[in-house]
Design a protein around this ligand. Structure first.
Ligand code: ZN
Length: 375
């Protein structure tokens, strides 16, 4: 049923993508994990989760510069991490802006040009999460336009919905690849006090609703259930008691992995003990994936990497780890542009990168050290 819906939607999306293409914007690749029918079946699945994709004012002017001052182009931002993200079978990020159309604005009410979504897809992302405190920054129109843009390029998404019928039909988001069936859930603590306009739906961290959703998730017989939660206190390097409580609740109710975002800094990784010696991994916050936050701890983030294996009897986590990223910002003709650096790759192959000032290198290594020592 899902496959049929996706196929029908993909054809419609191709049409929409053609209609949406503005003159100078790079054409979005119409591709989704639903294309997996053509890929040989394997017994492993590699997942990558990235943190907050922000769209501050300076990133907007940087994207305009990267478009040669004629259009917005976010592709260069991800050019050095594309190989890494694309190597995952499924890559997920938190889209913490609306794609609400002009005027394009940064904090506090974010709206980025849709080329950001095209660039994320081109970089290898398959799923974008939309339940976060900025989802309603541009009201109903902005929220719906965001979903429309993502649908138009075949980018899977979950967390916000046009109405309850849509939520009923497509939540939890079921993602199928390599003979694996994943159920993906996404919730936010709030939307900066903005009320959702009817009939739109935003997934709030309501434990009654979450318990109901988890019952539904289990009834769909997935191999693995993942909850991505937008929570916690901004700029705090440790998780809060409330985060621990929600994580324990999710683990108790059958989630297999919990991935956090929102604090804009990396928070600890932990394992929550559940029955019979099992444990559920939780990363409380991945930090920023891309942003213009430059203070210590905020100028980078990590991705969570996970490899699942499947046998006749069970799905297990074969490996789990992380990879640190740093946001490199530099001036080009008096305008700041942004480039993401996978720090381990930079350290192994510095010759692949342009010369980075000693000051910037120190900042990057500070972030690297902090991330690797759990600060
Ligand atoms: Zn947030």
């Amino acid at each position: 049923m899902l496959a049929i819906w996706l196929m029908g939607r993909r054809m419609l999306n191709k049409l929409l993508a053609i209609l949406l293409l503005p003159g100078c914007v790079f054409s979005p690749a119409v591709q989704s994990v639903a294309d997996s029918a053509a890929i040989p079946v394997t017994d492993t699945l590699k997942l990558v989760f990235a943190g907050d994709v922000m769209g501050h004012g300076m990133q907007i002017t940087g994207a305009w510069r990267d478009g040669g001052d004629t259009c917005y182009n976010y592709h260069p931002v991800f050019q050095w991490v594309k190989d890494y993200i694309s190597a995952a079978d499924i890559a997920v990020a938190n889209l913490e802006v609306t794609l609400a159309g002009a005027p394009y604005t940064g904090y506090p009410r974010f709206s980025s040009h849709q080329s950001l979504a095209y660039a994320l897809q081109d970089a290898g992302f398959d799923v974008l999460l939309t339940a976060n405190n900025h989802a309603l920054d541009r009201g109903k129109k902005g929220m719906e336009r965001t979903l429309h843009i993502l649908d138009s390029i075949g980018m899977l998404h979950t967390g916000t919905f046009r109405d309850s019928t849509e939520r009923e039909a497509h939540y939890p988001l079921m993602v199928e690849k390599n003979n694996f069936r994943l159920a993906l859930l996404n919730y936010t603590y709030d939307a900066n006090g903005l009320a959702v306009e009817k009939p739109n739906v935003i997934n709030l961290m309501d434990t009654l609703q979450m318990a109901e959703d988890l019952v539904r998730a289990h009834s769909l017989k997935p191999d693995f259930i993942i909850a991505c939660v937008h929570w916690g206190e901004e700029y705090k390097n440790t998780e809060s008691a409330a985060q621990r409580q929600i994580a324990a609740f999710l683990a108790r109710n059958g989630c297999h992995l919990i991935v956090g975002s929102h604090p804009h800094v990396v928070q600890p990784f932990a394992k929550i003990a559940v029955n019979a010696g099992d444990s559920v991994p939780v990363i409380y916050s991945l930090g920023n994936f891309i942003s213009n936050q430059r203070d210590r701890y905020r100028d980078g983030g990590i991705t969570l990497e996970l490899t699942l294996t499947k046998t006749d009897s069970a799905v297990t986590i074969q490996s789990i780890g992380y990879e640190p990223f740093w946001v490199y910002r530099y001036r080009e003709n008096k305008v700041s542009v942004f480039r993401l650096i996978r720090i381990n790759h930079y350290l192994e192959h510095p010759e692949s990168y342009p010369a980075i000032s000693e000051k910037d290198r120190k900042l990057m290594m500070q972030f690297y050290h902090d991330a690797n020592t759990g600060k």
